[in-house]
Write a protein that binds this ligand. Structure first.
Ligand SMILES: [Cu+2]
Length: 581
């Protein structure tokens, strides 16, 4: 959904910056950007609606920065309400982070706020409003940061694939509906008919027990997503509009997937092509070749594909709840299209997904009938889903997933250069990316954490609020860390929903067993019943947002302030202090 206005958006290289760039070999490069937030007439569904947009475009225009560049970004708010821009996944000074009420006052109607900071990293990121529910209304856009020195992976083409979820309803109405009745959007709610089918299959006792347990958890078996009825977009195009990226056979095509959705996870595949994952959340990882991957809200994954044949391929991104899909095409020529696959069956949550399958609840139930029913239901479910739901947990327990650390340099090197698809002796089962596969390309110094903080992800579906350690943001004390302290954070998901937890201003080093090659992430997704650890060096002083990136979870309380307090000496430069000692 672009208007002519979007093509007029300006990147102005100031003359001094240009001279500095030419004379200084890039070290002092600087550039100035102008962004204007305003309303925009859109039509994604056949019905005209008002969106919120940046420079007349949903998504907002691609910003392309360079590592080491000093950026000056003037953001003017032409809305009738306060707004903001947050640079998602950026390591930057606290005052530039763009969280109203926490790092700055926000941008009042008619005002301009100027962000100034030095780009301290490279990779694929995004930006979005951090005010109210504006992100759902259209204020989100992609960012590419080119590395200061050439990156490890060569490619011939480079495309952003930004996923998002659009609703014709006002986001405030969506939230009001959720609060009124938490299953308002759960179109797939199981019915009385399902109840009698269950009774027929597993008997009265087991069925009633099963129903009672769901009731006690204030959840239903279809609580995979709480908002559905979305139109799913790729780079602002509906599946019918079919955003298309061109290639020539044999080229290495880099696709930068960004999930800019308010609420929707996707399972991504390109039938006929394997994908080599080379970066997660903007950070290079040791290449992993997969057939599909699940992308949590706010995550990014960069993949390389090498189509060897001169035919079109479908980029297929099914919403996790199977309420719809986003679709685009990789094609040798414009206007071509490939078949669109059937969506995989919708998955019903079972007690097993809560981590209760072989544990206490099984004992308590003492009913083999119920247990075998669960097994059956699992067997009928899409194995990919099962793999994704369960695998992460298993992965956490495995010390060294794939590549030995640094011992298989040859493998990594060959994978990263001209031979992406190693021929396989036999066709393998579809390979789904798991967190356990992600290993940083570079080792990071790894102090031992001196403290562990447990954060239980909690909530109440009936009253529709979400919380951490049973407290909403409004009721909770901030988490306090000392400057340069190294801590271990333990997430325990006690809800039926998957939560993408996002920490501002710091890397979360996901403990997936990769030792000093732990992947550095800005979003960590935790499945129902799962426990996940990450390590953190508190190397940026200030008040930072730490929250679930599902928009309506964040808005209803799954949010904390994380304060990194200055060192007692106060001699350390704020925000830019070094990492591991
Ligand atoms: Cu959440």
């Amino acid at each position: 959904m672009m208007t002519s206005a979007s093509r007029r958006w300006l990147i102005c290289f100031t003359l001094p910056a240009l001279l500095a760039f030419l004379l200084g070999g890039g070290s002092a490069a600087a550039a100035t950007y102008y962004l204007t937030i305003d309303e925009l007439a859109v039509n994604f569904t056949g019905k005209p609606r008002q969106a919120m947009a940046i420079n007349g475009s949903v998504p907002a225009p691609l910003l392309r920065f360079r590592e080491g560049e000093e950026v000056t970004i003037h953001v003017t708010n032409k809305l009738a309400v306060d707004s903001s821009v947050h640079w998602h996944g950026f390591i930057l000074p606290n005052a530039m982070d763009g969280v109203p009420g926490m790092t700055f006052p926000g941008i009042k109607p008619g005002e301009t706020f100027t962000y100034r900071f030095t780009i301290a990293q490279n990779g694929t990121y995004w930006y979005h409003s951090h005010s109210g529910l504006q992100e759902q209304a259209g204020i989100y856009g992609p960012i590419i940061i080119d590395p200061a020195t050439p990156g490890p992976v060569a490619h011939d083409r480079d495309y952003v694939v930004m996923l998002s979820d659009w609703t014709d309803e006002k986001p405030e109405q969506v939230l009001a509906n959720l609060k009124k009745q938490s299953d308002y959007y759960n179109y797939n709610q199981r019915t009385v008919g399902d109840f009698f089918r269950d009774v027929g299959e597993k008997g009265w006792r087991a069925t009633l027990r099963d129903r009672r347990m769901w009731g006690e958890m204030r959840m239903t078996p279809t609580d995979i997503a709480d908002v559905t009825g979305y139109s799913f977009l790729i780079n602002g195009k509906t599946a019918e509009e079919n955003w298309t990226a061109l290639f020539k056979a044999g080229e290495r095509v880099r696709l930068r997937f960004i999930n800019g959705s308010a609420m929707s996870y996707f399972d991504v595949e390109i039938p006929g092509l394997r994908m080599q994952v080379i970066a997660a959340d903007g950070q290079n990882v040791q290449p992993v070749t997969v057939d599909s991957f699940r992308i949590a809200v706010a995550e990014t994954y960069d993949v390389i594909v090498t189509p060897e044949r001169d035919i079109p391929f479908t980029i297929f991104a099914q919403a996790m709840d199977r309420s719809g899909y986003a679709r685009a095409t990789l094609a040798p020529r414009p206007g071509q299209a490939a078949a669109i696959p059937e969506m995989d069956p919708r998955k019903l949550l079972t007690m097993a997904d809560m981590g209760h399958d072989m544990g206490d609840m099984g004992q308590e139930m003492g009913d083999m009938d119920a247990m075998s029913h669960e097994t059956d239901e699992r067997a009928h479910m899409n194995h990919d889903d099962m793999g994704k739901m369960g695998a992460a947990m298993h992965d956490m327990a495995q010390p060294a997933p794939h590549h030995g650390h640094g011992r298989h340099d040859g493998d990594v090197a060959s994978a990263m250069h001209a031979h992406p698809e190693t021929a396989r002796a036999e066709p393998a089962a579809p390979r789904v990316l798991r967190y356990g596969d992600l290993q940083s390309l570079d080792a990071h110094a790894d102090r031992r954490p001196t403290r562990e903080i447990a954060l239980r992800l909690t909530g109440n579906m009936e009253r529709y609020f979400w919380s951490i350690n049973d407290k909403k943001y409004s009721e909770a004390e901030p988490i306090r860390l000392r400057y340069n302290e190294r801590v271990r954070i333990k997430f325990i998901n006690q809800t039926m929903m998957t939560h993408p937890m996002h920490l501002h201003g710091h890397w979360m080093e996901l403990d997936n067993g990769a030792g000093s090659f732990k992947p550095r992430k800005h979003v960590i997704s935790i499945a129902p019943g799962e426990t996940v650890y990450f390590d953190l060096t508190a190397d940026a002083v200030g008040d930072w947002a730490f929250h679930c990136h599902l928009l309506y979870h964040m808005a209803t309380g799954m949010f904390r302030k994380l304060i990194v307090e200055p060192a007692p000496e106060a001699t350390l430069a704020p925000q830019t202090g070094g990492g591991d000692a």
